[in-house]
Design a protein around this ligand. Structure first.
Ligand code: ADP
Length: 354
């Protein structure tokens, strides 16, 4: 499926980007059949302010989360097809890869200008092949989240096209967006519950997903009883439930402390090696990007465009000590240099620069 300024935007198959709100358990019209893993009275007594979000807001994100399975990618640093050249880098040996028909996700000449005049993205070319796990780094406000919103059909490009292969799309946010009245197992089951998967199967899948993220034994706990890292693990487990074809991560570990963040990076890349996901992972951290990704893409300051890409040829699962390996440090250093080269002051176009 492809969306673009010259095409009618497709509705993303599978999870809807704008699903119907989920009624609180116990209220009329609820689609939730199993309330045994929820805390009685809390659902109906919960206000949006108490929860930090409405069930509908939470479900919008839940519904959009999931996984994807694909292969690997290796090579030397090279510009992304269509990217502006980086001083010192040669011609693009990867040209043509962006047009590969089997791409899991492809941005072609994508521009995004908001109604207030802010141009967030300018001529972005980026392709994620099946089997690739691509990380995107760039300065704040360069359009990283906008890229994910375009990929997930939450927004449409002003020009260019966005193609998403496969049949479903997952999304994981920095905020784990757990339903506070539901226990861990019930939170993880939710996407399967919303799509009508029977109780026995969804329960088995939820337990397997919790095993994958290292949360066996936490099934009966409530979100408020969990640490930030555990909540993110629950969010990842829930995403693993629906097995989508393209998996988008919007700085999922950005709010976590350093140790927890490193542990979760290790967990995620272990899961990657087990499940063979492909995905697009947005982060501010060069080390995180290099540790996780088979390819790191660098964006310039707003209006964002892809300025360089670096293949990271270490096989998964990657040991924690890889972060201190000279070969790893060299790639991370090159990514940092490209980031510095492309991170000039954002242009003022319409809205205030951020
Ligand atoms: P990043 O994720 O890289 O920090 P974003 O994609 O969130 O950047 O935003 C890119 C730029 O577009 C920023 O300057 C931001 O203020 C602007 N922007 C994002 N959404 C909107 C919007 N709906 N209307 C106007 N400007 C927006």
């Amino acid at each position: 499926m492809t969306t673009g300024s010259d095409t009618e935007p497709d509705r993303a198959p599978g999870p809807s980007p704008d699903p119907a709100p989920v009624p609180a358990p116990g209220t009329s019209g609820t689609v939730v059949e199993d309330t045994h893993d929820e805390v009685p009275g809390q659902a109906t007594g919960q206000t949006p302010g108490q929860a930090g979000q409405t069930p509908g807001q939470a479900a919008s994100r839940y519904d959009a989360e999931a996984t994807l399975r694909l292969g690997g990618g290796t090579a030397a640093p090279r510009p992304e097809p269509g990217a502006a050249p980086v001083p010192g880098q040669g011609p693009d040996p990867g040209a043509g890869r962006a047009a590969a028909p089997e791409a899991a996700l492809r941005f072609e000449g994508v521009h995004k200008r908001f109604p207030n005049g802010t141009t967030a993205l300018a001529d972005v070319h980026l392709s994620v092949a099946p089997g690739e796990f691509v990380a995107v780094v760039g300065p704040s406000g360069c359009g990283k989240s906008t890229l994910l919103r375009l990929a997930s059909r939450l927004d449409t490009p002003t020009a260019g096209t966005v193609h998403v292969g496969g049949t479903s799309l997952g999304y994981v946010f920095q905020d784990p967006t757990l339903l506070p009245w539901r226990r861990v197992l019930a939170n993880v089951e939710l996407p399967a519950e919303l799509t009508g998967v029977g109780r026995a199967e969804r329960r088995a899948r939820a337990r397997e997903a919790l095993r994958l993220v290292g949360l066996e034994g936490a099934e009966r706990q409530l979100p408020r009883e969990l640490s930030g890292g555990m909540r993110m693990r629950v969010s990842l487990a829930r995403a693993l439930m629906t097995r989508p074809d393209v998996f988008l991560f919007d700085e999922p570990f950005g709010a976590l402390d350093e140790i927890t963040r490193m542990r979760l990076q290790e967990e995620l890349q272990r899961i990657l090696s087990e499940q063979r996901f492909a995905g697009l992972f947005i982060t501010h951290s060069v080390i995180e990007a290099t540790f996780l990704a088979s390819r790191v893409v660098v964006m310039t300051a707003r209006p964002g465009r892809v300025v360089a890409a670096f293949d990271v040829p270490f096989p998964h699962p990657r040991p924690p000590e890889l972060r201190y390996d000279p070969a790893f440090a060299r790639i991370a250093g090159e990514v940092s240099a490209a980031l510095r080269d492309g991170a000039g002051e954002p242009a003022v176009q319409g809205g205030s620069p951020q």
